[in-house]
Design a protein around this ligand. Structure first.
Ligand code: ADP
Ligand code: ZN
Length: 730
């Protein structure tokens, strides 16, 4: 057994976030250190932060081994967390230092707990009571023994800070040092939630019982948008808090809205910790520390919140579990949904996967009995699922440069007359996907990537969606030098917005696209104001499909329902199905019934028909049968290997070398496909070549792959990335 404490001078292995292939040996510092302790160690001329990972290896001269400099003021990493990082690293074939980086994404870890000045009512009375002074003292006595920062107190009592300083001198206000990182206010699970319907109560009871069991289990909570999944899992959170354990709710970044947090606050009487990309450094440090001390009971966060140092996590909810943003596509390639299940299984915690349109993976796990499944059948209250119909574009004569059919136009007009909102959905950012020279047919591409440049009129530039490179719109064709012949081809949301303004001159049109707002916060603010009625026609990309509530929205028009059906992605049908169902779920969430109209050139396509029929089980069964026959996930295993480098020949040579020496894979019965140029064959000037590994479901693929790619020595600037369970095939 690994000892849990090391006395001074004992050899310990310290894992750091530096890209080394092993933990390094150090001597335990004066006073010793715990297993899992966060420490500062010398590394060459530098000092770096690391974690005591176990006993030292002892394969160096003891005399030359350096000492740990100091133990940091943070709770040691728990055994469970170390095991989780090791398992996650083994699963995703990620080096441990990169894994540790995910778990230490808090600034100032090595800083002593910093203090700040706070102010409260002091023992004395001031010599002279002015109006301003009176306001401060009255405010403070109202709040009893709470204390405030200078800025808060000045703002809340409406005085300048010099008034407060004056009161401090007289002892009427006391100035004290207090730790900067304060615990989160306690949440009260006993506050009454909404009165649940029978259906909801049954679901909530089942999950709450599972939580109370203190064992591992995963439940798929399926219910149409608006059926009350959130109400139900908040009851499970309440059960978890009642048992004294922490809870985590993961959301896609964009669904983490003020509206949602307000709802949680209303349920539990205080705001939970909120972990997202927009959090300030101070907030991050506070959350990281308080989570580790058990003084943040509930975290609402985006994917990386899974790597916080929870002290006693009892429940992880993954809302919108099918959402592709749970897969991190750069750096460590992990799927937060799958890693949530892994972490919970190590902890004896419960997982709730909530979705209106679960992933086929989760659906199959529920079918096979690996996950429990709970269904909410109806929408809450009077709202019903929208009616869905197709518009057969083969019979709609559309002039060029127009994308809204007359049928759809009339439907929108009817909604506008009724004072309701309509949404036009197109999953394409920018103004036009192609900029073409009318003289020679040249299409403007990115200089660094094999991708077309997309016009963004809003930015007045062309942009590459792969690398983000932009350039001005050319007036002269870069190929044939003809003047003023460049023309936009095809629609993006910006162009659709222009069309909507023309078609509906009296309506307020708003375009919602992630790139048109400076920050996620600005975008969320815009979404909220639209939900409150600031626009009549909403034009949006897929981000509007993610859990927002637009109460007066009664019509959704899908401009190109065929868009997702193209392409070679094995999940194309599943994605289209989910997206269309989610978008349609925006319509008619309140009292007014909704309609969804899908413009399509393939009304007979099985996916389009399944969407219309609302036959989810039927769709999944058909899709599952196809994947099973093809031996692809979730009925088989897959991994993508991407080799990239500046020199195309060198990249192919390396890929061919791999493809020739597949003995380690053959031994487990895995097959290799490729090498082939990746669908996007060049990104940021690096050529990309892809190999695909396929294996049976029970195969221990990771070991075989690491032995296989381990044979290759990466020369020069060549890079190799392994993507286990790839979600996107770019
Ligand atoms: P979902 O998460 O499935 O989309 P929500 O939990 O957000 O559904 O519920 C949709 C709406 O219906 C919310 O405004 C929610 O407050 C309301 N709602 C759901 N269940 C109830 C209930 N039992 N009592 C009152 N309001 C409810
Ligand atoms: Zn590019």
């Amino acid at each position: 057994m690994t000892p849990s404490f090391y006395d001074e001078g004992a050899l310990v292995a310290v894992l750091t976030t530096q890209p080394l292939d092993r933990a390094l040996d150090y001597k335990a510092p004066e006073g010793g250190c715990h297993l899992g302790a966060f420490v500062e160690v010398p590394l060459g001329p530098r000092k770096v932060i690391g974690v005591v990972w176990g006993p030292g290896k002892g394969d160096y001269d003891y005399a030359k081994i350096r000492s740990v400099i100091r133990v940091l003021d943070a709770a040691p990493m728990r055994d469970e967390m170390r095991a989780f990082l090791e398992k996650a690293a083994a699963y995703t074939l990620t080096p441990m230092p990169a894994m540790l980086r995910l778990a230490t994404r808090a600034p100032g870890l090595g800083d002593p707990p910093s203090m700040r000045k706070v102010y409260r009512r002091g023992p004395s009375e001031p010599d002279r009571v002015t109006d301003a002074r009176k306001r401060v003292l009255e405010f403070l006595s109202e709040y009893g023994d709470l204390s405030f920062t200078l800025k808060e107190l000045a703002e809340l009592s409406g005085v300048t800070s010099s008034v407060i300083k004056g009161l401090v001198k007289q002892g009427a206000v006391a100035e004290e040092d207090s730790p900067r990182d304060l615990p989160f206010p306690p949440l009260d699970p006993e506050r009454p939630g909404k009165a649940l319907t029978d259906d909801q109560a049954l679901a909530a009871g089942q999950i709450a019982n599972a939580v109370a069991s203190n064992t591992y289990g995963t439940t798929l909570l399926r219910g149409v948008t608006g059926s009350g999944k959130t109400e139900v899992y908040l009851e499970a959170v309440a059960a978890c808090l009642r048992s004294g354990r922490q809870a985590l709710v993961l959301l896609p970044e964009i669904a983490l809205t003020a509206e949602f947090l307000t709802r949680v606050e209303a349920r539990f009487g205080a705001r939970p910790a909120e972990w997202h990309s927009g959090a300030t450094m101070t907030e991050r440090r506070r959350i990281w520390r308080m989570v580790g001390m058990g003084q943040a009971q509930l975290v609402i966060g985006a994917r990386s919140a899974l790597f916080l140092p929870y002290q006693n996590l009892g429940l992880i909810v993954v809302d919108e579990e099918h959402d592709t943003s749970y897969k991190q596509e750069d750096g460590v390639l992990y799927n937060a949904r799958d890693m949530a299940v892994l972490r919970a299984s190590l902890l004896g915690a419960q997982v709730v996967l909530a979705s209106a349109t679960p992933s086929l993976e989760s659906w199959a796990n529920a079918e096979s009995g690996k996950y429990a499944r709970v269904d909410l059948e109806a929408r809450f209250g009077p709202a019903v699922m929208p009616q869905m119909r197709t518009i057969d574009m083969r019979t709609e004569a559309l002039p060029s440069g127009r994308w809204v059919s007359d049928t759809l136009k009339r439907a929108v007009e009817a909604r506008l007359e009724a004072g309701e909102q309509a949404m036009l959905f197109l999953n394409r950012r920018g103004y036009a996907p192609i900029t073409l020279c009318r003289a020679c047919g040249h299409q403007v591409g990115c200089d660094q990537c094999d991708a077309r440049m997309v016009e963004h009129r809003f930015l007045k530039r062309l942009m590459c969606h792969q690398c983000g490179e932009t350039k001005p719109l050319p007036t002269i064709c870069p190929s044939c030098e003809a003047e003023d012949r460049m023309a936009p081809v095809g629609p993006g949301v910006e162009r659709l917005g222009e069309e909507a303004v023309e078609l509906f001159p009296d309506a307020r049109v708003a375009v919602l696209s992630s790139d048109m707002y400076g920050s996620a916060r600005a975008l969320k603010a815009e979404i909220e104001s639209i939900a409150e009625g600031a626009a009549d026609v909403i034009i949006g990309t897929q981000l509007v499909a993610k859990g927002h509530n637009f109460p007066s929205l009664t019509l959704v028009g899908v401009i190109d329902a065929d868009l997702g059906l193209q392409g070679s992605d094995l999940r194309a049908a599943e994605r289209t199905f989910q997206l269309m169902r989610q978008v349609a779920g925006r319509a008619g969430r309140a009292e007014k019934p909704g309609t969804a109209l899908l413009q399509t050139y393939q009304p007979e396509h099985p996916v389009i028909r399944a969407i219309l029929a609302g036959d989810e089980e039927g769709f999944w069964r058909a899709e599952a049968a196809e994947r099973e026959a093809a031996g692809v996930p979730p009925y088989g295993r897959m991994a993508g290997i991407i080799l990239s480098g500046p020199d195309v020949a060198q990249v192919f040579d390396a890929a061919n070398a791999l493809a020739r020496n597949t003995a380690p894979l053959q031994r487990v019965g895995a097959q290799v496909f490729g090498p082939a140029p990746a669908p996007i064959a060049r990104i940021r000037g690096r050529h990309r070549v892809r190999l695909l590994v396929k294996a049976g479901k029970g195969v221990a693929l990771q070991g075989a792959i690491s032995r296989w790619v381990g044979q290759l020595r990466l020369k020069g600037d060549l890079r190799l990335a392994v993507d286990i369970d790839p979600q996107s095939f770019y």
